[in-house]
Design a protein around this ligand. Sequence first.
Ligand code: ATP
Ligand code: MG
Length: 419
Amino acid sequence: MQQSKLFTKTKKETPSDEVSKNAEFLIRGGFIYKEMAGVYSYLPLGLRVIKKIENIIREEMDAIGGQEMKTSILQNKEVWEKTNRWDDKEVDIWFKTKLKNDTEIGLSWSNEENFTSILKQYVNSYKDLPIYAYDFKDIMRNEVRSKSGIMRGREFYWKALYSFSKDEKEHNDFYEKMKITYSNIFKKVGIGHLTYLTFASGGAFSKYSHEFQTITSAGEDTIYVSEDNAIAINKEVFEDEVIASLGLEKNKLVEHRGIEVGNIFTLGTNKAESLDLYYTDDKGNKVPAFIGSYGIGLGRLMGTVVEVLSDDKGMIWPETIAPFKIHLLSLGEGEAVLLEAKNVYEKLLASDVEVLIDDRSGISAGEKFADSDLLGIPYRAVVSERSIKENGIELKKRTEEKGKIVSLSELLNLFTSKI
Ligand code: ATP
Ligand code: MG
């Protein structure tokens, strides 16, 4: 892609009501646009990151037998009344509206009811289970506060998978698999080293749920981390009994701020009972399906990566989710430079390397470097009069101070071997 054609431009200013680092860098870099508090649109660069995260999650969900679908955003009141989650007294984050004929409807704030009602049509016998179904979806929540940029939106994009098992044993096996799958996802997006499986309050069925908490000063939660065991406890369940049951010692746990990038829950049979999702077992008994729920907020994940991997100059994207692999800067207006930059760009494109070329004219080298640092593309390749004199391209990682000269064929080899 050519930066001269990219409609977004970098900015020096952030909206004055925006206090979080993720929103500041993402808005300044032209990744997102702030519509209003807690509501953001994703611009071309930001959408490229979201799509990469989405693909990583999709691969992992498919690998453990997930079937992707897409549930509706408009919600049927009658369905949610059956599980007692329609009333604002029970769920205080609903956005609700009305049809022309005054029928009340809601905008999706969660998914369990949808999936369970849909599956009721298809599940009869024990042979139909287990089922693992998921979707990516825009979720609406009337959150009280939204000061954390895209980490807490009133509208946000998530992945939710629901497991429908025959019994608790089958559920537990899958639940354990999902813990590993989630760790893989957070490793792949580059925050594995800061993300902990965290014991949190459970809800109706189980004593605990499990959150995946990433350590960051921008986090909204307090967690107590055991480095040795690579687990943590959320403050909400931080009690002597819980600490002991996990075999941990209180004085070895370190307090941190954390953000919940994902969570996994055992829901049990309640929802299946309320929404009538029963199957006939091999002895002819009617049994409710055993349900688990597994969420990840993609926007929150992207915001978290910015919070934990940036420096004072801007973002630093891991290669797996970066909008482009290489930022190619063409410095100076001389014909030799323009021709060589174009040549390098075309060779990279022909080799399927994702490259953004800063081909803007009338922009100083200093500004191009500053913008490149802000956008945080993992590699920066510079074509200038100097690099041409040295018979190559100056290549450096976003995290390195100094680059080195490589030839075009070295550059191509380096990046085609990475694909
Ligand atoms: P939190 O405790 O942070 O309010 P939650 O427990 O309500 O989140 P879930 O309803 O289980 O979260 O949603 C699943 C995932 O969706 C969360 O783990 C988080 O990654 C993401 N998420 C939840 N609320 C938001 C939000 N307002 N903005 C962005 N992402 C969110
Ligand atoms: Mg939570």
